[in-house]
Write a protein that binds this ligand. Structure first.
Ligand code: NAD
Length: 347
């Protein structure tokens, strides 16, 4: 094995450097992974541009990246289900596996979660990383390394649709046509939603959503809440959506979701925007519109693999750009144009 472990290390705002770091050794229940592909997420970019997300502040140099696939290059003594040479995807968060949340199957809520590229935990934009073997998932032969990296945001969408209880024949509104919004569109369709309408402020993003299968797209820019609501209901043949999946975090969008959802329906808050927003809470209460948060995902990787591998969900239409690890800075700059859904870095 080469000693080269070039890594993309964030030192602070707008200070992303390529540096050599030691190749880590896997513990008994871990594997060493030769990283192949890392997708850049909005959160990686936000740490680069702002140095923090909510309470998570980059105080020490941190390797970025968490949407990862690669090849197992060494296994710990107790690892049973993986072999050297296996192609895998890495679920990025390691919970404590001991607390009540972990033991009751909601490990995404574990307060001790160690999540790649969430300060102070290093991420995966390196040649080599170690990870707990039980959070590494073997990729079927018909999935690419890019599919493997996309399992991460796809898992967010699967968890969102599960929390929203999206069912066969449901009419669904997705607010926001960024990567998370379009993956929610594809996921809702794949589990049987009859119609999915999607909103955004950007015509390019909406055009892609349309190409990917949205039944209607609505550019909400400059429109009143009432006008947007009327357009949504008209696109759904005069009916209100049973489920709204909010993927912007923007106040007007959250308000649209609350006022548009059918009585008794569900809003899933995926988007993370301002800490406090004004919303019509009485409307939510009196029409029994449930507002549910989501945080990342829980037990979604196996489902994501099944959906992709079986062909039930197709990611081939997502627009992409590709860079090498040495071109990390250019890759990060490329994410700032909204014209493509995912920028990948090959390590
Ligand atoms: P993104 O910024 O690429 O996409 C957001 C989209 O929303 C953009 O296309 C933007 O034009 C659109 N938008 C903004 N304001 C709008 C409005 N008022 N109406 C309609 N559209 C509007 O982000 P992304 O990567 O797709 O992620 C979406 C959101 O999900 C982000 O807030 C992100 O932080 C959040 N997120 C949350 C979790 C979680 O665990 N809760 C996980 C992943 C991402």
């Amino acid at each position: 094995m080469s000693e080269d472990n070039l890594s993309a290390v964030l030192h602070g705002v707008d200070d992303l450097r390529l540096e050599q770091v030691p190749i880590p050794k896997p513990g008994p229940k871990q594997v060493l992974v030769r990283v192949h592909t890392v997708g850049i997420c909005g959160s990686d970019v936000h740490y680069w541009t702002h140095g923090s997300i909510g309470p998570f502040v980059v105080k020490e140099p941190m390797i970025v990246g968490h949407e990862t696939s690669g090849v197992v290059s060494e296994i710990g003594s107790e690892v049973q289900h993986l072999r050297v040479g296996d192609r895998i995807a890495m679920e990025p968060g390691l919970p404590c596996k001991l607390c009540e949340h972990c033991k009751t199957g909601r490990y995404n809520l574990c307060p001790e979660m160690r999540f790649f590229a969430t300060p102070p935990i290093n991420g995966t934009l390196s040649r080599y990383v170690v990870h707990d073997a039980d959070f590494c998932f073997k990729l079927p032969d018909n999935l690419s390394f890019e599919d493997g990296a996309l399992l991460e945001p796809l898992s967010v969408a699967i968890h969102s649709c599960r929390r929203g209880n999206v069912q066969m024949g449901h009419r669904v509104l997705v607010l926001g046509a960024g990567p998370i919004g379009v993956l929610n569109l594809l996921t809702a369709k794949s589990v049987g939603a009859s119609k999915v309408v999607i909103t955004d402020l950007d015509d390019g993003r909406l055009a892609l959503a349309k190409k990917l299968g949205a039944d209607a797209t609505i550019n909400v820019k400059g429109k009143s809440l009432e006008a947007v609501k009327a357009e949504i209901i008209s696109a759904l043949d005069g009916q209100q959506p049973q489920v709204c999946i909010e993927c912007t975090g923007a106040q007007p969008s959250i308000e649209t979701a609350i006022t548009t959802t059918k009585s008794g329906g569900v809003i899933v808050l995926v988007g993370l925007g301002a800490d406090r927003v004004e919303i019509p809470i009485i409307e939510s209460a009196t029409r029994e519109v449930d507002i549910r948060g989501i945080f990342r995902y829980v037990n979604c990787y196996p489902t994501a693999i099944e959906l992709l591998s079986s062909g039930k969900l197709d990611l081939s239409g997502l627009t992409r750009a590709h860079y090498k690890l040495e071109e990390t800075l250019e890759a990060f700059k490329r994410t700032q144009k909204a014209d493509i859904i995912k920028v990948f870095i090959q390590c």
